[in-house]
Every structure is written in C-alpha cells, then in structure tokens.
Design a protein around this ligand. Structure first.
Ligand code: SAH
Length: 281
C-alpha cells in the first residue's frame, strides 16, 4: 500500500534538483520565486503538490522537487564551521550507539550537522560551543530542518574547562584537542558510556588514543569511512572517477569499571601476540 503523501505547504523546505543533478534548498513562500541562470519558477508551482513532481521555469528548464533528506539538508544548509559529512555522521551514530532518549553532550557544535543527526536518531542533546555566532547558526539549522521544540540546548562554553551535565550517556566531540576532554568525560559518563571523537589528522588520533590508554576508557577503536559511488548506466558500470578520499577519522571508546574497581589493564600488559583478530566493525 502506498504511504500517505503530504503536499508541499508554505514554510516548508524543498530540494530542487536540476537536469545536471545540481541541488538547491529553498523555503517555500506564497509569493516566492526560485531563480537560476535558467529562469524563474514560482513557488506556487510546487505548493499543494506532492514530492517527486517536475516543474518548469519560464524558459522551460525542468526541475525535480522533493523534501530534503538529512544528508541533502546538511550539504546545502548555511554553515558557520565545516560540517561532518553524511558518510561520517552515519558511522558516528553507530559507533556512539546513539539511541532514542540517549542524553548526549556534543562539543563543539559548529554548524549543527552532527546535532541534526543526533536529534534525528532520538537523542536529547546539550551542545557546548565556544562561538556564539556558530551556536546561533546551529540553532537555526536545527529548527529549520526539525522544527521548534527539539530537546536541544546549546551553551556558550569551553568543554576543556569541564562538563557539568548530569546523567549523560554519550560524549561526542568534533574539536581540535579532544584528549583534553577525556578526564571530564570520565567523570561525566557512567560505566559503559561511550566517548567518540571526529578528527581530521592521524597525529591527533594518536594523541587522543594515548590519553584514552591512560584513562578509565577501554575498547578504543578508530576507523575511517571510504564511500565510493558507482556510475551505473547501461553497459557502463564502474566506480565513479572521483571520490571524497579524506574527511576525518572516527574514534570511540567505552568507560570501564564502576567506582572502586581496578583500573583497566594498560596496553603494555596486553599479550604480545594477540590471538586471531576478530573482523573489525
Ligand atoms: N560537528 C560540527 C562542526 C564542528 S566544527 C558540525 O557537524 O556541524 C568545530 C567547532 O568546535 C567550532 O565551532 C569551534 O568553535 C568549536 N570548538 C573548538 N574548541 C572548542 C572548545 N574547547 N569548547 C567548545 N567548542 C569548541
């Protein structure tokens, strides 16, 4: 049975895709007009219509109109800081095991791409962000895509100074020196809680892993996500020529032991020859 179709209404976001697969994000308005070099299309051609329709500009250019997905929105929303790309957002949600109702401390918040992914997955998010201008961009992006009333609070503060939120389940970081947050996360999380960080360079990952090794966190894992899209058209079936080769590394770790427990073994105590390695995540 077909799903229920909701027609486009004033105030909604629409993703307009041209014949060359270029994407534009617009907010539909009663008297609005969508302008490109290929002419003008009135929003009224989209209002009251279902997703997936094709509209034409006054010069005959054709555009496909859909509601933006989270990935569409993140790639075309206004940015203060650089965003975490969709391929990494998906993996971060799994590595940090984000669940509906999870209480997450996120820092820094930047443009709010990660905030959107966390909220979409059902988490309640408190964000620490140094820059009030970025905090405002993030708040606007969140309410524009998810609507008002989200469980989302952004506080202007430096996470290196400490974490004051009670009852956290996860601490997720996208900032230059996450190793400076390891001790704070250790006090803020319960045993089993997850610490995760996104980092652009492997030197930073080594520094973070060193700090995690000397903490109550264990099971540290680092991955990178390589997504290679394919060109699939008739007989021509092959990988696309270009791909995004590098964005960042994702590291996660779990807080071990309750109060009074022995600290987890340091890596030096681990056996020299590890038994047959299990396949990674
Ligand atoms: N993950 C975000 C982008 C974050 S960019 C997104 O997907 O949109 C990194 C942000 O961290 C910047 O906005 C910067 O101002 C902030 N930041 C850097 N150091 C910080 C600190 N010590 N405490 C809080 N925020 C910090």
């Amino acid at each position: 049975m077909a799903g229920v179709s909701r027609v486009f209404q004033v105030g909604e976001q629409a993703l307009v895709v041209d014949a060359k697969n270029r994407r534009y994000l617009i907010t539909l308005a009663e008297e609005g007009e969508f302008h490109t070099h290929a002419g003008v299309t009135p929003h009224s051609a989209m209002l009251g219509q279902p997703e997936g329709i094709t509209v034409r500009s006054n010069t005959g250019a054709r555009y496909l109109v859909l509601r933006p997905t989270l990935a569409d929105f993140v790639l075309s929303m206004p940015r203060g800081a650089q965003v975490i790309y969709p391929k990494d957002l998906g993996q971060l949600l799994v590595m940090a095991d984000v669940f509906p109702g999870a209480r997450v401390l996120e820092a820094g918040v930047g443009s709010g791409a990660l905030s959107l992914a966390l909220l979409r997955a059902g988490a309640a998010v408190t964000g620490y962000e140094l820059r009030t201008d970025f905090a405002n961009v993030a708040r606007k992006n969140v309410s524009r895509f998810l609507g008002p009333g989200q469980p989302y609070t952004v506080v202007a503060r430096d996470v290196y100074d400490g974490i004051d939120e009670p009852d956290l389940d996860r601490v997720i970081l996208d900032l230059p020196e996450p190793w400076r947050v390891v001790k704070h996360a250790e006090s803020a999380l319960p045993p089993g809680g997850i610490f995760a960080a996104y980092l652009p360079t492997i030197g930073q990952v080594a520094e973070l892993t060193g700090a995690l090794d000397h903490s109550a966190f264990g099971l540290a894992t680092t991955v990178e996500v390589l997504v290679r899209s394919w060109h699939v058209a008739g007989q021509s079936v092959r990988p696309d020529h270009r791909m995004v080769a590098h964005t960042g590394f994702l590291t996660s770790a779990r807080l071990l032991g309750g109060p009074g427990d022995a600290p987890p073994p340091s890596p030096e105590e681990a056996p020299e020859e590890a038994p047959e390695e299990a396949p990674g995540p």
